[in-house]
Design a protein around this ligand. Structure first.
Ligand code: C2E
Ligand code: CA
Ligand code: CA
Length: 262
């Protein structure tokens, strides 16, 4: 896997797919999360859960993560040119943040494609923000200065002390799918989603619920005051060209209905 992965980058076998993100209010498309895919030459797709850990262990996450950053900026620029100022979020691995140079690479790619920093959001897990090293703290301070948004992925699933919320200005909490699922299955997960949304509001952060698969979940999250939604209900991760077509369908006026009536 490791030696194949080494060649995957050079052979253009990596793709960034996009999963739409919607404002609960009006179900407006507001952004997308870029999710990495590895399409082998024989056509098989390897999910990120299988190769990201290998990339992290071997250091390959550095060049791969940099490719993701560049690809996200390239697509964000193309969307802007098409008249769609969307927020593009990407996932950062802890390994990328513990090495120097991340903020420089973000600045480099934004400039290379002339993308405003406000179009880019970086998703990190809580454990990364609990790292009190100067490296991590300094990197986030610079990203903040640049105007890049910061989201916490899988919020509520780690051992969090929450004290990091004082050290970093976090823009968004992503409510993990497990809490969304238990919102409607009668367990206590609903209370957790509610607590996260309440806390985010008092700290002036946004909330985005992940893995929303049913209208029932959507309705429950809307009632709790969740800001944004991502999940199979409204759109799966898709290749970029499909995402562009998806946006066009969103923007199209609703089809005339009922004309045949009477
Ligand atoms: P994640 O960031 O929590 O991504 C959400 C995962 O949930 C994605 O799986 C997505 O396809 C899936 N998902 C989205 N909506 C639904 C839904 O309604 N129901 C269900 N059952 N699943 C849903 P995916 O694409 O396989 O990604 C898995 C993980 O791989 C990601 O979790 C992220 O941690 C990591 N990953 C993906 N791309 C990158 C990347 O570019 N860099 C790094 N470092 N990690 C990445
Ligand atoms: Ca994520
Ligand atoms: Ca997540």
């Amino acid at each position: 896997l490791e030696s194949n992965l080494r060649h995957a980058l050079a052979d253009n076998e990596l793709e960034l797919h996009f999963q739409p993100q919607f404002a609960v209010d009006g179900r407006r498309l507001v952004g997308a999360e870029g999710l990495l895919r590895w399409r082998r030459r024989d056509g098989t797709m390897i999910p990120p859960g299988q190769f990201i850990p290998v990339a992290e262990d071997t250091g390959l996450i550095q060049p791969i993560g940099d490719w993701v950053l560049g690809e996200a900026c390239r697509r964000a620029a193309d969307l802007l040119a098409r008249g769609h100022p969307l927020l593009i979020a990407i996932n950062l691995s802890a390994v990328q943040l513990r090495r120097p140079g991340l903020a420089d690479r973000v600045a480099f790619w934004l400039d290379a494609y002339k993308v405003p920093a406000r179009c880019l959001e970086l998703e990190v897990t809580e454990s990364v923000l609990m790292d009190e090293s100067d490296m991590v703290t300094g990197t986030f301070a610079r990203l903040r200065e640049m105007g890049v948004a910061l989201a916490i992925d899988d919020f509520g699933t780690g051992y969090s002390s929450l004290s990091y919320l004082k050290r970093f200005r976090v823009d968004k909490l992503k409510i993990d799918r497990s809490f969304v699922t238990s919102l409607t299955d009668g367990s206590d997960g609903g209370a957790i989603a509610e607590a996260i949304i309440g806390m985010a509001r008092s700290l002036r952060m946004q909330t985005l619920a992940e893995g929303v698969e049913t209208e029932e979940q959507f309705g429950g999250l809307a009632r709790l005051g969740c800001d944004q939604i991502q999940g199979y209900l409204l759109g799966r991760p898709m290749p970029y060209d499909d995402f562009v077509a998806f946006i066009a369908r969103q923007a199209a006026p609703p089809e005339a209905v009922g004309e045949a009536v009477g």
